[in-house]
Design a binder for this molecule. Structure first.
Ligand code: HEC
Ligand code: HEC
Ligand code: HEC
Ligand code: HEC
Length: 327
């Protein structure tokens, strides 16, 4: 039975099938599908995404099966095929046929960058100077800052547009280690770019490539709740700003961890659908304290659009915002 893990792959398949029916081109295996279209259907990416390896006769049954499956709303969140898949046929803004691996653009099992906060990180981190939200004249900002860092720097290693997206420390296969970083595609994939702002043709908009000016982005590397929460007040009895929900906490591998529970994450322990706060020691308290970073709101592996990909929870009724802010 056909397993479709992503709606787009189903849409592609259906589009190909409809086109095939329209052109009525001949194909010995599946009448109505030209050999070119058959090539598309049988392409490695298609097989990878659907796990489908049967013959043509099963295809129609497969399509019906897929429709039923998707009707039941079972498209799962994953990296493969998502906008974070830069490999052959992935959903990123540019992709490369040089590899079918998807994790390698961010992680490596060996030789990882231990200076990065993201696990087994396969990229060098930007050394860029960023403009920060705190430099805007906000008269209500309470939290102190740490340098732009933690997991946010890992995100910014693509999203600030300064480093080619496929430059990694350890390329797929043997003999591919280069501590300075080397492009998987041999230079075919460049830095992240933005589409033009329709109101200002010729001027690219500010997303998804955030650039180095982070003043127009939600603050990151900022203390949670206006500060007050730290290793000496792990339960956050005295948050600096009362307009925040009190985070949960636990000591995990001798590191004090904090997060904000959400309904989707449930109450038991830290789950990936909770708003994750990142423990840092290089902030104003100069000891372990929780910070808001890109990864607080985003899970880079969750491809389901809610309404954009890579959010920790669905943002219906602004539930992401309300997880932290009491407004
Ligand atoms: C676009 C970059 C990117 C890609 C591609 C990616 N990851 Fe990650 N991954 C990250 C970042 C960033 C973190 C740290 C997230 C955090 O701190 O919450 C992470 C964390 C993790 C973690 C630990 C935290 C967790 O969520 O369990 C695991 C395990 C992991 N990734 C596995 C994978 C695997 C397996 C793949 C390929 C299928 C993959 N990742 C692809 C960026 C990526
Ligand atoms: C993980 C927790 C968290 C989430 C989720 C979150 N915020 Fe925040 N937000 C913060 C923190 C912490 C600050 C810094 C507040 C301070 O120090 O005064 C902040 C700051 C802000 C500010 C600037 C406040 C000022 O005084 O200048 C605005 C506006 C804001 N958030 C809106 C939002 C919106 C809208 C969302 C949802 C899209 C959201 N936030 C999601 C934690 C969060
Ligand atoms: C290896 C490069 C790379 C890294 C590292 C990376 N991203 Fe991305 N990200 C992309 C690309 C490519 C896109 C697609 C952009 C486009 O479609 O124009 C994207 C898109 C996104 C989107 C938009 C999704 C949508 O539906 O529009 C979000 C949100 C996002 N990334 C968050 C993150 C966060 C958070 C991190 C760190 C935890 C991260 N990314 C790390 C390459 C990366
Ligand atoms: C406080 C929560 C929060 C933080 C922190 C945060 N984001 Fe987001 N981000 C969101 C939400 C919510 C959306 C969806 C906005 C929407 O619906 O248009 C989003 C959207 C995006 C998008 C897609 C924008 C678009 O319109 O195409 C990208 C890319 C992105 N974030 C990257 C990042 C990166 C990189 C960081 C860290 C530098 C970051 N985000 C920090 C909440 C956050």
């Amino acid at each position: 039975m056909l397993q479709v893990r992503r709606r787009a792959s189903f849409d592609n398949l259906l589009g190909t099938y409809r086109k095939a029916k329209k052109t009525r081109a001949a194909c010995s295996t599946f009448p109505g599908v030209s050999s070119n279209e058959w090539g598309v259907i049988m392409s490695e990416k298609f097989v990878r995404l659907t796990g489908w390896r049967a013959n043509g006769a099963v295809l129609i049954a497969g399509i019906v099966g897929v429709a039923l499956t998707l009707g039941a709303g079972t498209a799962a969140a994953q990296v493969l095929g998502s906008q974070h898949d830069l490999s052959l046929g992935g959903g990123a803004q540019s992709t490369t046929g040089a590899t079918t691996e998807v994790c390698v653009f961010c992680h490596t099992p060996h030789g990882a960058n231990t200076g990065a906060s993201a696990p087994l990180w396969n990229k060098t981190l930007p050394t860029t100077t960023y403009q920060r939200y705190s430099t805007l004249p906000s008269s209500t900002l309470d939290g102190g800052e740490a340098p732009v860092g933690s997991v946010s720097l890992a995100c910014l290693s693509c999203h600030d547009g300064t480093q080619a997206m496929d430059v990694v420390i350890n390329t797929p296969g043997s003999g591919g280690f280069n501590s300075g970083g080397i492009p998987i595609s041999g230079g075919a994939i460049g830095v992240m770019v933005n589409p033009d702002d329709p109101a200002n043709p010729g001027t690219p908009g500010p997303v998804p490539m955030l650039g180095t000016d982070l003043r127009d982005d939600h603050p990151i590397s900022i203390q949670y709740g206006g500060g007050g929460c730290s290793a000496t007040d792990v339960t956050c009895a005295t948050l600096g700003d009362a307009d925040f929900n009190t985070p949960a906490t636990a000591n995990i591998n001798t590191v004090q961890a904090w997060w904000v529970n959400t309904a989707a994450g449930g109450g038991a322990g830290r789950q990936k659908q909770d708003m994750i706060l990142y423990t840092r020691t290089d902030g104003p308290a100069a000891q372990e304290e929780p910070f808001v970073e890109c990864g607080s709101c985003h899970d880079p592996h969750a491809s389901t659009s809610t309404p954009v990909s890579f959010l920790r929870i669905d943002n219906t009724d602004s539930s992401i915002c309300l997880a932290c802010h009491t407004k």
